[in-house]
Design a protein around this ligand. Structure first.
Ligand SMILES: *Cc1c(COP(=O)(O)O)cnc(C)c1O
Length: 326
C-alpha cells in the first residue's frame, strides 16, 4: 500500500484562523443539561448555524479565495453548488472584491437563487437532467480564466473548515471525542487534523445520513465507492463520493464513520428548537443525533459536537417536526 501524502497540516489551519479573524464569526459554544443527561456525557455544541451565511462553509470559501495569487483574484472564481457553498462563495468573493460565478441547477429553490444573486454573484443556470455541471464549470473556467473552488476537495477549503474545531478546543479545552457532520469530508478532514493537533488523543468520528453512507463504505472497505444521489433530508450530505484529498486524511485521523436515520435528524431538530431554542438544518443535526441516540458509547466523556448549519426552508419545518413523532 502506498501512503498518500496529506494536502494540509495543522499549520494550514492556524493560518486559516488568522485569515478568518475579524471576517468569520467566532461562533458560540452551547451546552444543555438535558442533552448531557440523554447522552450520559458532557456535550459541547459548536454552533455554526450562527456562522455567516448560516453554515461553516463561509470559513473554507473565504480562506480559499484569500490565498489565491493576485492574477487569479483578478480573473475571478467559479463554483457549482445549489447549497451553502454557493452562498459562502458569493459572500466571501464580494468581501474580497473578486468576481464570482455560481453554476446552479434550474430547479434550485428560488430563495437560494435570489440569495446567491443578492450577494452579487453571476449565476449560470443548467438543466439538471441534460447537462453536466462539472463540464459547464470547467468550460467556463477555461474560457474566462476562472479558478474553480469546489465545496470540499480543495486544500484551503479543508483548512478553513478545520478552524471550527480549533476554536471549539480553544474555548472548552481538550476533548475526549469529537463528532462531525459529514458529506464529502471537507469539514471532517479539517476538524480531524485540528483535533489531532490541538487536543492530542481526541477520538474523531464522522456522521453521515444512513441512506447516504458513501464515506462510511469507503472508510470501512478502504476503497472509494460511488453511490446514486441518496434520498435523505440531509441535503448538505447528499454527496455521492468522498473526496480524493479528504479521503486519505479521514483514513489516517478518523476512528470511524457513524450513521443516523432521517427520523433521528427530525427528532434532533425538534430537540434543538424546543429545548435549546436554536434552528438547525437537517444536515446540521447529524453529529448531535449520533450523540443523543448513543450511536457510540459516550458515557462520562467530554464530547465536542459540530452543529454545521441552520439553513432550513422554514416552510418545511412543520413537516420535519411531524416526522419526529412517528
Ligand atoms: C456542506 C455541509 C456539510 C458537509 O460538509 P462536507 O465538507 O462536504 O463534508 C454538513 N453540514 C452542512 C450544513 C453543510 O452545508
Amino acid at each position: 500500500m502506498t501512503v498518500k501524502p496529506h494536502c494540509i497540516t495543522a499549520a494550514d489551519i492556524a493560518k486559516a484562523a488568522e485569515i478568518l479573524q475579524n471576517h468569520a464569526i467566532r461562533t458560540p459554544v452551547m451546552t444543555s443539561r438535558q442533552a448531557d443527561e440523554i447522552a450520559g456525557a458532557q456535550l459541547f455544541f459548536k454552533c455554526e448555524n450562527f456562522q455567516r451565511i448560516g453554515a461553516f462553509k463561509f470559513r473554507g470559501a473565504y480562506n480559499a479565495i484569500s490565498q489565491l495569487a493576485p492574477a487569479q483574484r483578478q480573473a475571478g472564481v467559479i463554483a457549482f453548488s445549489s447549497g451553502n457553498h454557493a452562498q459562502a462563495m458569493a459572500l466571501a468573493a464580494r468581501e474580497l472584491g473578486v468576481n464570482v460565478t455560481i453554476v446552479m441547477p434550474h430547479d434550485a429553490p428560488a430563495a437560494k437563487l435570489a440569495a446567491t444573486r443578492g450577494y452579487g454573484a453571476n449565476v449560470v443556470i443548467y438543466q439538471r437532467q441534460t447537462e453536466d455541471r462539472e463540464a459547464i464549470t470547467q468550460r467556463l473556467a477555461a474560457e474566462q480564466g476562472l479558478t474553480v473552488i469546489p465545496p470540499y476537495d480543495y486544500p484551503q477549503v479543508m483548512a478553513g473548515q478545520g478552524t471550527a474545531a480549533k476554536e471549539l478546543i480553544e474555548e472548552v479545552g481538550p476533548l475526549d471525542i469529537l463528532l462531525v457532520c459529514t458529506g464529502g469530508g471537507g469539514l471532517l478532514s479539517g476538524c480531524a487534523i485540528a483535533a489531532h493537533h490541538w487536543s492530542p488523543g481526541c477520538r474523531v468520528f464522522g456522521v453521515e445520513p444512513e441512506a447516504g453512507n458513501d464515506v462510511q463504505q469507503a472508510f470501512r472497505s478502504g476503497e472509494k465507492v460511488w453511490i446514486p444521489v441518496p434520498k435523505t433530508i440531509a441535503d448538505g450530505a447528499q454527496t455521492q463520493q468522498v473526496g480524493n484529498l479528504t479521503f486519505p486524511i479521514i483514513q489516517h485521523y478518523v476512528e470511524d464513520i457513524l450513521t443516523v436515520t432521517d427520523q433521528q435528524l427530525c427528532q434532533q431538530m425538534r430537540f434543538f428548537m424546543e429545548r435549546m431554542k436554536i434552528v438547525v438544518e437537517p444536515t446540521g443535526c447529524l453529529a448531535a443525533a449520533a450523540a443523543m441516540n448513543q450511536v457510540i458509547d459516550l458515557r462520562g466523556k467530554k464530547v465536542g459536537v459540530i452543529v454545521s448549519g441552520g439553513n432550513v426552508d422554514v416552510d418545511k419545518i412543520g413537516q420535519y417536526l411531524a416526522m419526529a413523532q412517528n
